[in-house]
Design a protein around this ligand. Sequence first.
Ligand SMILES: Cc1cc2nc3c(=O)[nH]c(=O)nc-3n(C[C@H](O)[C@H](O)[C@H](O)COP(=O)(O)OP(=O)(O)OC[C@H]3O[C@@H](n4cnc5c(N)ncnc54)[C@H](O)[C@@H]3O)c2cc1C
Length: 510
Amino acid sequence: MKPRANIVWFKRDLRTHDHAALLAASVGDVIPLYVVEPDYWQLPDTSARQWAFIRESVVELGERLVELGAPLNVRIGSVVDTLSELHQHFDLSLHSHEETGNDWTYQRDLAVKAWCEENAVPWQEQKQFGVFRPLRDRDGWSKRWDALMGQPQVPEPEGLTPAQGLKSEPLPTWRDLKMADDPCPGRQRGGRALGLATLDSFLNARGQDYRKSMSSPVTGFDECSRMSPYLAYGCVSMREAAQALWARQKELKQLAKQGEALGLWRGSMQSYNGRLHWHCHFTQKLESEPSMEFRNLHPGYDNLRPDPDRSNSAAEKMWAWSEGRMGLPFADACMRALNATGYLNFRMRAMLMSLSSYHLWLHWRAPGLLYARKFTDYEPGIHWPQVQMQSGTTGMNTVRIYNPVKQGYDQDPTGEFTRHWVPELADVPDKYLQEPWKWSQAATVIPRLYPEPIIDHQQAARDAKTAVYALRREPGFREISARIVEKHGSRKKTPRRRPRRKARAVEGVG
Ligand SMILES: Cc1cc2nc3c(=O)[nH]c(=O)nc-3n(C[C@H](O)[C@H](O)[C@H](O)COP(=O)(O)OP(=O)(O)OC[C@H]3O[C@@H](n4cnc5c(N)ncnc54)[C@H](O)[C@@H]3O)c2cc1C
């Protein structure tokens, strides 16, 4: 007779608190398991900066598990092979959280499911995000999210009984995993302790001006929550973040009743509540429509841009975009900041993606992969739906073409951010910083130190708008859009606004 053992398979849930799978497994002998999958780390959407963050988080998780009594078992290889090997020695049951990952992890999970069925190993999956399987449409989705996040947090087990006779492997480095070098000096550090400290400092100190500061990269690095990687890899659970926010909102309400001047606190916390919902709202889209990783959500856009685009000009444009060498100072500064830190605030992520798709007229798939590698917080469930939304291929969102020059003057009025990341432009007067080619002494800088713009951004935006709107008038387009809205659209009522002038609907164009 083999001894019984309950595996807790840690994936994107690198914590011991509010971990339903760990608690469920703790009733018997436990094998806390983390499998490093080298094939995953060779995928074109993964990078060493992501692994470095996860590695730090796994180290801290391991320390906590030692304190609880059952050390983390680290294995390198495929999950199915690992399970097969453990199954030779133990009568297993498997516990984990549900994951909405990329297609590779989805196929991996299918293989694990098949293996479990073949070997009569029960696999119990728990929910940690407000992402529901299966889901036909979005009716009542937000209420379900609130109910799930309002449930009591799952306590950390008081102690764990370890399964005996296990051998763990050392955690590999990015070099061991044969990953490309990926210097990222400003990367956020992993681990639950930092995640909790980041949440606390946001809710109680940094977050006051969040609502008005979130759009600019000058303020966004300090005044956005910076919780994204901690939520993406589950160092802190979404429920913990939501409940800490709600407690803070309650406290603020009380303080307001007592007549305290709260500045922008309450509005900012309301905005944050919306963003936490967005995390799962977007992830639900990929869960319900996994093909979004590869194909346009609205097939009416299928011939809009070539995919794959193997032309030299596409390769040159993608290189200039990725390196921050487009000759568009603010956009270049944003990309260089992302390259060096692994982070960018939402509005600037959206602007760079829209620039690639509309102005440079690149299909979203190849830049989307490159873009994913740059983010420490890469979360496929948010990334791919956002990539498509900012590229205008969902058929359900307003076409949004950012003007990179206007964004520069609006979001970086003093030019400090642009000059920091594009020091070649240090001597360009403020008035011309975002359009240095208009400066009378432009020849001292362009192209010797800094490139000429690779496109006429205003003309490119006009051309893109014409092409996109022509497709939207095609017969049958609207009917497909209506079906997409029915399946994926948010049901939340938006406040009534005064109608905007038509020319402003597409920013900076027209
Ligand atoms: C093209 C593109 C790709 C993106 N890829 C990712 C990604 O891989 N991983 C990721 O976590 N976010 C992604 N985002 C969403 C967003 O930009 C980041 O979540 C946010 O900038 C992270 O910073 P923060 O934690 O300080 O966010 P905050 O503004 O403080 O928001 C709080 C939390 O809400 C969630 N959130 C915020 N904005 C969004 C949004 N627009 N959509 C969905 N969830 C949101 C995140 O979990 C975030 O941590 C992407 C956005 C775009 C436009």
